[in-house]
Design a protein around this ligand. Structure first.
Ligand code: TPP
Ligand code: MG
Length: 814
């Protein structure tokens, strides 16, 4: 291979120089992919400016590096990347140009747009891991991409987890012949390929992930596409030393230490990129050592996205440099110089590629338009009939005309006019009214499927299908500490299912801070019950990635208050995973934590509303004791959905009777339990508050007030059978009580019961919420008493209601 004098010197470091022989066919094919990808970007931007798509973000300028990345990506491997990776997806044959455009237009059919069924902005890539019935595909036989998120660095924690799964599969001998594992792994040889933008490396999740990868020693090869900017902000504002690889030098592994391989290579230097990737992937696959490949001098020919133009923030010199160092230009020059291709041949490829991209774009647009035609035609027909049925109504005529002249009508246009027309038909009994009503109902159903399905699993393994199994006790069932119930439950899980593993701060050697995993590391090995660093985001990421690859993680967040450190991974990634892929991926991850009452500002939080409203898509379970908690773990393990299980911090030393069937007990989701029957007032609560409410109920009973106490048990899903409404039908009065702030968890419960379940019709008194003070709880017992709801508060809330009903019997207390 000769080097031209004119071409700048490669940035490859010495260690990167290893042999790789290119074939003509390979180079020509790569060039063709890159050229097609560039045309796809250029035409994509025009589509947005023509108003056919709402927003566009493209991978131009990063084509060549992605060809190199794709070259070493094998079946079973995973990608965790971001919106610049279209060329990679084309090169691994997991995205067609037509599909690329289908996503730009938001085509809702997964056959047309398999990444997200039209739910995600363009350039959010993913492959489908699960079949229509919710069962796993053989991921070991396909090339996989986990589902992108828009948030910069959101892909990083999951990247760690996907790579961590290979480590678990390689190091746990019990999984070598496991039938399930065979769908996901060949002895842990799979590599996870990542990508991130230079500016996004300034995020905490990036540094946490790099550190975790270096500590864990996992097969993760992460590229940084460095175009010098994050939208308009240059590197000097983003990164120490202006360079992520410079900043990360201390992470470079050395003899006898862990860490990463850190490479730097130019984004226009095709052979150097290929060699670098070869080396990094070889190391990852063989040794399970991670790499960071800092791909520098990358360009962005069209600027960041369709939202602006880069002329506003790039200097003339920079723009000129970008033209000169455009990776396509450089790759072509190299290929000609090396004799792989002639200029004439390139011209032919350019022409053919442009034609192909235009063809595929048109096919995507035609198919997108056709998917709307049925609704439009149906609505138009209904409107025409409405016009003739009610000729004197000018509004219907106006709406019909409006629909008729809409250019490129979308579903909203069709449905909106029919809904508005129904208002005009309200006083008639015309057949068109019934037909329109039926049509709107049908549309609601179909559009629910298009835009709102798959928030939770829709398979036969959905958590809601797991049946309740009650605990069985015998005459000799011992009373034990709550933590022993948990320990017995986990012991059985590890024994019975080799795919189960647990990680978290202090869960390994000491068996968690409350010892529910005590002795289990000794019994099942360090690979099954593992200590981690203090890094909640990547603990979550380890769980998500491993669950995406068929394992059954139980990951622990040491205290509920610390969950905020993992909130982005929870809300942006896990909670919307099944939704944003329209049922294409799932991560049945169990998140274990403990919360509610204990001591002080950061150790007794119960921010349930914050979680309920940021984590739709994850089940949120709040057992009042450890037996119910064990039942939830068993339920979730039988299901294919993720859950957050919040154990009661003050429950580990309380005595409970050990069930005989601890490995079988299943607490059902969405089914509250009436823990005390009563007639006068229903008190709805959960978690540690159950004991306080029960104490108050006993005290109320002494003065003749009969409270019915209901433990909600699961907040998401919430009372799916109407038990609370039925109780209110009996008592006609209700109190919602929890430890969250005012308007938080209680506000949510009240909305569910009064608004959603329509229990207001049975109420004879105003519903009452008892919650904590609107600040974090103060320290020590008095801090708890004056910050959180206590027995007296509950007693008095119920008393006050009854005092309004029977003032003579219950005169005001004070
Ligand atoms: C958490 C978060 N913050 C901000 C944004 C808005 N945003 C989207 S892309 C982007 C710039 C990213 O730059 P870089 O990482 O260098 O990637 P590039 O687009 O240059 O390839 C920003 C600020 C976001 N999507 N997510
Ligand atoms: Mg950038």
């Amino acid at each position: 291979m000769t080097r031209s004098k004119n071409r700048p010197k490669s940035k490859m470091t010495k260690k990167q120089i290893s042999e790789y022989t290119f074939s003509k066919e390979e180079v020509v094919n790569d060039l063709r992919i890159a050229i097609e990808s560039r045309h796809a970007s250029l035409i994509g931007r025009k589509e947005v400016f023509m108003g056919k798509a709402k927003f566009g973000i493209f991978g131009d300028g990063k084509e060549v590096a992605q060809l190199a990345m794709a070259k070493f990506f094998k079946e079973g491997d995973f990608r965790s990347g971001y919106y610049r990776d279209q060329t990679f997806m084309f090169a691994i044959d997991q995205l067609t140009i037509q599909e690329f455009y289908a996503q730009l237009y938001a085509h809702t059919d997964i056959e047309a747009e398999p990444s997200s069924g039209g739910r995600c902005m363009n350039s959010h890539f993913s492959t489908r891991s699960i079949n229509a019935d919710g069962t796993w595909k053989d991921l070991i036989n396909q090339k996989n991409s986990s589902a992108d998120v828009s948030t910069t660095s959101g892909q990083m924690p999951r990247m760690v987890g996907l790579a961590y799964a290979s480590k678990l599969y390689r190091n746990n001998p019990e999984l070598f012949d496991n039938e399930t594992a065979k769908k996901f792994t060949n002895k842990g040889n799979e590599v996870t390929f990542g990508s991130i933008g230079n500016a996004s490396c300034a995020e905490g999740a990036f540094f946490e992930s790099i550190n975790a990868a270096g500590v864990l020693q996992i097969p993760m090869v992460c590229a940084v596409w460095d175009d010098g900017y994050g939208i308009s902000v240059p590197n000097e504002y983003q990164m120490s030393k202006n360079s992520v690889s410079e900043a990360l030098k201390g992470f470079q592994r050395t003899k006898g230490s862990n860490g990463l391989e850190v490479f730097t290579v130019d984004g226009w230097d095709y052979p150097a990129l290929v060699k670098t990737y070869k080396q990094a992937v070889d190391i990852a696959r063989k040794e399970h050592v991670p790499s960071l490949i800092h791909v520098v001098n990358v360009t962005q020919p069209q600027g960041h996205s369709t939202s602006g133009s880069h002329e506003r923030y790039k200097s003339k010199e920079r723009l000129e440099w970008e033209l000169e160092y455009d990776c396509l230009k450089k790759m072509k020059e190299w290929a000609i110089e090396e004799g792989f291709i002639s200029e004439g041949e390139i011209e032919v490829i350019e022409k053919e590629s442009l034609e192909k991209v235009k063809r595929e774009r048109k096919a995507a647009w035609d198919s997108f338009k056709a998917s709307m035609t049925k609704e439009y035609d149906e609505a138009m027909e209904l409107m025409n009939r409405a016009v003739s049925s009610l000729p004197e109504n000018n509004e219907i005529l106006r709406l019909a005309k409006e629909l008729k002249k809409t250019i490129n009508p979308i579903r909203k246009d069709a449905i909106s006019v029919v809904r508005k027309s129904l208002r005009e038909l309200r006083n008639t009994n015309l057949p068109i009214k019934t037909d329109m009503q039926e049509w709107v109902k049908k549309e609601r159903r179909e559009n629910y499927e298009r835009y709102s399905s798959h928030l939770y699993s829709e398979s036969s393994a959905a958590a809601k299908h797991v049946k309740e199994v009650l605990p069985i006790y015998n005459a000799n069932s011992p009373m034990v500490d709550g933590r022993e119930i948990m320990q017995a439950c986990f012991d059985k899980m590890f024994e019975q299912n080799p795919l189960v593993f647990a990680i978290g701060e202090d869960v390994g050697k000491i068996g968690d801070v409350n010892q529910a995993f005590a002795d289990l590391q000794d019994k099942y090995g360090e690979i099954r019950i593992t200590d981690t660093g203090i890094r909640e985001t990547t603990i979550l990421g380890q769980g998500i990635g491993a669950a995406l690859r068929g394992l059954r993680p139980i990951i622990e967040i040491q205290y509920l208050d610390y969950i905020y450190y993992a909130i982005t991974a929870l809300t942006d990634d896990l909670a919307c995973l099944e939704y944003r892929t329209k049922g294409g991926q799932k991560a049945p991850l169990i998140i274990r934590t403990r919360g509610h009452r204990l001591e002080g500002v950061w150790h007794s939080g119960s921010p349930m509303a914050a979680l309920i409203h940021s984590m739709r898509g994850i089940n949120i379970l709040v057992p009042r004791n450890m037996t119910r908690a064990a039942g939830f773990y068993n339920t979730m393990l039988k299901s294919d959905e993720p859950a957050l299980i919040v154990e009661c911090l003050n429950g580990y030393r309380l005595k409970e009777k050990m069930p005989e069937n601890i490995d079988e007990v299943c607490t059902p989701l969405g089914i509250p339990e009436i823990i005390k029957e009563g007639e006068d007032v229903t008190i709805v609560t959960y978690g540690s508050m159950c004991r306080i409410v029960m104490e108050a109920a006993d005290q109320l009973a002494k003065i003749g007030i009969s409270a019915e106490v209901i433990d909600v048990q699961s907040l998401l899903p919430f009372d799916t059978t109407g038990i609370i409404k039925a109780s209110i039908q009996k008592t006609n009065r209700v109190i919602f009580a929890d430890e969250d702030m005012p308007g938080g968890g209680t506000g949510y419960m009240m909305q569910q019961v009064i608004d959603e379940h329509k229990a207001y019709e049975f109420l004879d008194s105003s519903p009452v919420c008892v919650s904590a003070m609107p600040h974090r709880p103060a320290y020590a017992s008095d801090g708890d008493y004056f910050s959180k709801p206590n027995t007296e508060d509950i007693f008095e809330a119920a008393y006050e209601i009854m005092s309004e009903v029977k003032p003579n019997e219950y005169p005001e207390l004070y």
